[in-house]
Write a protein that binds this ligand. Structure first.
Ligand SMILES: C[C@H](O)[C@H](O)[C@H]1CNC2=NC(N)=NC(=O)C2=N1
Length: 94
């Protein structure tokens, strides 16, 4: 998939609440009630990533989850990262 330009990225970010662009990734941090809630969301996200064959750089500390998305093959952010970001939002907000 084609690497998006900075202005294409900014345009697409308009429909993703709390997501920002930096360091070559689109990224967002989430806070949950506790570790159990964070990790159960991570499991749901992981299944979606497998289904899409697209995977996040992420880190979890207790109840917090930071997710960074880019496309290794394209060496930048692509439409696939936005597709996954929207899927993550749907899971978190379900
Ligand atoms: C071989 C396999 O298709 C690739 O490594 C996939 C898997 N998951 C991926 N995830 C992400 N974020 N970027 C990729 O380029 C990518 N490629």
């Amino acid at each position: 998939m084609e690497k998006l330009t900075d202005s294409q990225i900014e345009e697409k970010l308009a429909s993703l609440e709390g997501w920002a662009y930096g360091d070559g990734y689109i990224q967002k941090s989430y806070q949950f009630k506790d570790f159990k809630e964070a990790f159960s969301i991570m499991v749901r996200i992981a299944f979606e990533c497998e289904a899409m064959n697209h995977h996040p750089d992420w880190s979890n500390v207790y109840n917090s989850l930071t997710i960074q998305l880019n496309t290794h093959d394209a060496n930048g952010v692509t439409g696939k990262d936005f597709e996954l970001a929207h899927a993550i939002e749907d899971i978190v907000n379900a």
